[in-house]
Design a protein around this ligand. Structure first.
Ligand code: F6P
Length: 342
């Protein structure tokens, strides 16, 4: 049996480890043959494939990014898109099935293709940890480690200057990275999309940390929205902050905190650094195990499913379980972290 593997959506540390896990198990324990699909669904639609043998996956678990490349192409768009065209392309290349490694968008497309009769298996991927149906997704632990290390560094420079440091981390819709990295680094304020906070609540916590002789550390998810921000600022006569949103939320919060508290404040936006470089040991193991189990699922014909982590086990779940609602931070998890704000 010949299987195509693709990685789609934003890249994520651990993608290569999944690919290696699938190929090693598939070729040694089973008699599977693999091809790499270049740049996610684009490669499926355009029939752009590359060799994927044991040789190509050698030493790959520690390498960040994805050797297959990635894109945000929708397989149902374009002249050569759609299930029927894709089925023809795969048939022409004697490919019997696809393993799609990706986040919500990728898995939604995989689900649709599977329902349209193609052999598709999913592997969940997101540094944001926002997918349901898997307790953790690889990439998240690495991102948290990078963000924690960055905040430890921000604290020493903040301490030296008695400044408030604002760190913006990734998390478009959910605050898992901010919550975990903020808790690990001992942040004095954590702002996440799931928990509304006003500028007054934030600055009170900042002032209180400062009054205790600490250099306040504020961690904010990129998806956090300060409710009534413009109104709050203009009420305080802070016209300077009613500017168009040029930077991220961190760039908006820092000057506001400085103006309201009088504490010198700096913002750092960690951005794509959180997604680059080698995966952590935890992510290498998780990604590899998902790959091994994906190979088992292929030979057992478990198409239309996704491998996932439940507790410490790898299980198979229908795509629908991962789609729809996001895995948001529950309030009790936020309250645990908030108990440490002081
Ligand atoms: O979903 C993962 C993620 O890293 C988000 O945290 C972030 O908002 C987004 O991808 C960035 O996407 P891009 O690399 O396309 O700018």
């Amino acid at each position: 049996m010949k299987i195509g593997i693709l990685t789609s959506g934003g890249d994520c540390p651990g993608l290569n480890a999944v690919i290696r896990g699938i190929v090693l198990k598939g070729t040694t324990s089973y008699d599977l043959e693999f091809v790499g699909i270049r740049d996610g669904w684009r490669g499926v639609v355009e029939g752009d494939f590359m060799p994927l043998t044991r040789h190509e996956v050698k030493g790959l678990s520690k390498i960040g990014g994805t050797i297959l490349g990635t894109s945000r192409t929708n397989p149902y768009e374009g002249e050569r898109g759609g299930a029927e065209n894709i089925a023809k392309t795969l048939y022409g290349h004697k490919i019997d099935g696809i393993v799609a490694i990706g986040g919500e968008g990728t898995l939604a497309a995989a689900d649709r293709l599977a329902k349209d009769g193609l052999n598709v298996l999913g592997v969940p991927k997101t540094i944001d940890n926002d997918l349901r149906a898997t307790d953790y997704s690889f990439g998240f632990d690495t991102a948290v480690n990078i963000a924690t290390d960055a905040m430890d560094r921000l604290r020493t420079t903040g301490d030296s200057h008695q400044r408030c440091m604002v760190a913006e981390v990734m998390g478009r819709h959910v605050g898992w990275i901010a919550l975990h990295a903020g808790m690990a680094a001992g942040a004095h304020v954590i702002c996440i999309p799931e928990v509304p906070m006003s500028i007054d609540e934030i600055t009170e916590l900042v002032t209180s940390a400062h009054d205790r002789g600490r250099a306040p550390l504020v961690v904010v998810s990129e998806g956090f929205k300060l409710e009534g921000m413009d109104e709050a600022f203009s009420d305080k006569g802070l016209d300077a902050f009613n500017r168009p949103r040029l930077g991220g939320i961190g760039d908006q919060l820092a000057p506001a905190i400085e103006r309201i508290t009088g504490i010198e404040t700096r913002a750092t936006i960690l951005g794509h650094i959180q997604r680059g470089g080698s995966p952590s040991g935890f992510d290498r193991v998780l990604a590899t195990r998902l790959g091994l189990h994906a190979a088992d699922a292929i030979v057992e014909g478990a198409w239309g499913k996704m491998v996932a982590m439940k507790g410490t086990d790898i299980v198979r779940v229908p795509f629908e379980e991962a789609l729809g609602e996001l895995n948001t931070v529950p309030r009790y998890r936020y309250d645990e972290a908030a108990a440490l704000f002081g």
